[in-house]
Write a protein that binds this ligand. Structure first.
Ligand SMILES: C[S@@+](CC[C@H](N)C(=O)[O-])C[C@H]1O[C@@H](n2cnc3c(N)ncnc32)[C@H](O)[C@@H]1O
Length: 439
């Protein structure tokens, strides 16, 4: 779906296709009947996709007919899209446009969503708002005791996410207060943290990528998010491909299949080639069978089993940092990544081998000892993580029995650790084979 970077690009890099699990048609539900009427009034032409509930992925989209490769499966007219243009054209527009410093496009969208949800029956967006989830499962919404059970790297990111949303909310209070003339109730009760969090998660987990030019009424942050009713019912699969973009010619947001799909199968798009920690962080779910699943090795784990007496350790670590070998070191379905083994080889260099560190980064073999030592360290790290994953799974299982109210949240965490454990088992086998080949 596009070429942006970072938070927005991933949302919007959606491809499409199908899974084999049968879903239960939900198109008869009153909220979907209303939504379809609303879409029709806005010139949306019916599609072969209908909302349905699937055993593996929950609510998503099912195809009523066979879909051919390259076919447009959904074409949403501009008038159905909720963008910053919608906000500026609305009753909020004049307030947002004169606010200093200019709010970010994301804040404008969140403010609009909160106000419209509050408007209830009076909102022209009601049929769309009615089908949106009432709650989300991104880490920012999880209970602290559940966040505490996340893998270390993800826990740190979850905490950053929470701080980011809280700060955005706090720093927006004056803007919300300026909107008081528009409401009979106190704005503090309308723009509560809970309402803001819901809006932030709505945009974060559902928006499609649609780039708009910079406007002086908004801050310099990229304006790339658009909410696309109906289309945003499409779930993710890492294995499918689609093209999705706004067409200047038809003035519609179009999704085109990358491959065919049989009738009554779930139609899926790809949110990006993300590992499951990232999908949990950004979208609040852990997919089944993720080929991009991995277990991340943090810098402190990297050195955990290395001799603390190594005088060159600081220098080695700064080389790794300078050459971007400190992040994205992983175990995956293929075993330890090349980057992880390379970082370990560099860290395991003997004093007399150290001057040849550049060759290590180029992938050259320095010595048998270096090869063996680095594999041994990788095995120790893998073993440590395996023990940790087993212990965490036991803890989560115990908590699921004790804390029934947290069961859904704990199930997500459990899925993540269980996937990690599988990756580590495969990695342990790969490491054993690599080690045996050196004997
Ligand atoms: C764009 S919405 C897709 C429609 C959504 N399932 C719904 O009912 O509104 C994205 C959200 O759907 C869910 N989701 C998407 N793909 C999924 C998958 N493969 N497995 C489980 N949940 C998924 C996640 O909650 C995610 O935040």
């Amino acid at each position: 779906m596009k070429k942006g970077r970072g938070r927005t690009s991933r949302i919007r890099r959606r491809k499409l296709c199908s899974s084999t699990s049968r879903g239960v048609n939900e198109s008869h539900k009153p909220e979907f009947i209303e939504l379809k009427k609303w879409l029709k009034d806005r010139k949306f032409e019916d599609t072969s996709l209908i909302p349905a509930c699937f055993p593996g992925t929950g609510r998503g989209m099912m195809s009523k007919t066979a879909l051919q490769e390259g076919q447009v499966i959904i074409s949403l007219p501009e008038s159905c899209l909720l963008t910053t243009d919608t906000v500026i054209r609305s009753y909020l527009g004049a307030y947002i446009a004169k606010w200093q410093p200019p709010p970010s496009p994301l804040l404008a969208l969140c403010t609009f969503l909160v106000a419209e949800r509050h408007a209830g029956d009076r909102s022209p967006w009601k049929p769309y708002l009615e089908v949106l989830p009432k709650a989300y499962t991104c880490p920012v919404c999880l209970e602290p005791e559940v966040v505490n059970l996340l893998p270390k790297c993800l826990k740190a990111k979850a905490s950053e996410q929470r701080t980011h949303v809280q700060e955005l909310f706090t720093s927006s209070r004056d803007l919300f207060s300026s909107l008081q003339p528009l409401f009979s109730e106190a704005v503090e009760s309308i723009f509560s943290y809970g309402a803001f969090l819901w809006a932030w998660c709505t945009v974060s987990t559902r928006a499609v990528y649609m780039e708009r030019g910079r406007r002086p009424c908004f801050s310099a942050e990229p304006d790339t998010c658009a909410l696309a009713p109906y289309l945003d019912l499409l779930n993710h699969s890492p294995e499918v491909q689609v093209k999705a973009a706004f067409s200047e010619e038809t003035r519609c947001y179009e999704v085109r299949t990358g491959s065919g799909c049989r009738p009554y199968e779930e139609v899926l798009v790809c949110y990006g080639p993300h590992d499951s920690q990232r999908l949990l962080l950004e979208y609040g779910f852990v997919p089944r069978r993720n080929p991009h699943a991995c277990v991340r090795v943090s810098p402190d784990m990297l050195v955990k089993y290395l001799p603390s007496t190594d005088k060159q350790m600081n220098k080695k670590m700064s080389i790794l940092k300078d050459h971007d070998f400190i992040e994205n070191l992983t175990f995956g379905w293929d075993g330890p990544s090349w980057r992880l083994l390379t970082a370990l080889k560099l860290l395991c260099l003997e004093a007399e081998e150290f001057p040849r560190w550049k060759k290590v980064l180029l992938g050259e073999i320095i010595s048998d000892t270096n090869e063996k030592t680095s594999l041994d360290i990788a095995q120790k790290i893998c073993h440590y993580f395996t023990e940790e994953a087993n212990a965490m799974l036991q803890k989560v299982c115990h908590m699921k029995d004790e804390e029934v109210a947290l069961r859904d949240q704990l199930t997500l965490v459990e899925a993540l650790w269980a996937e990690g454990l599988k990756v580590l088992r495969v990695s342990a086998e790969t490491l054993s084979s690599l080690r045996a080949a050196l004997r």
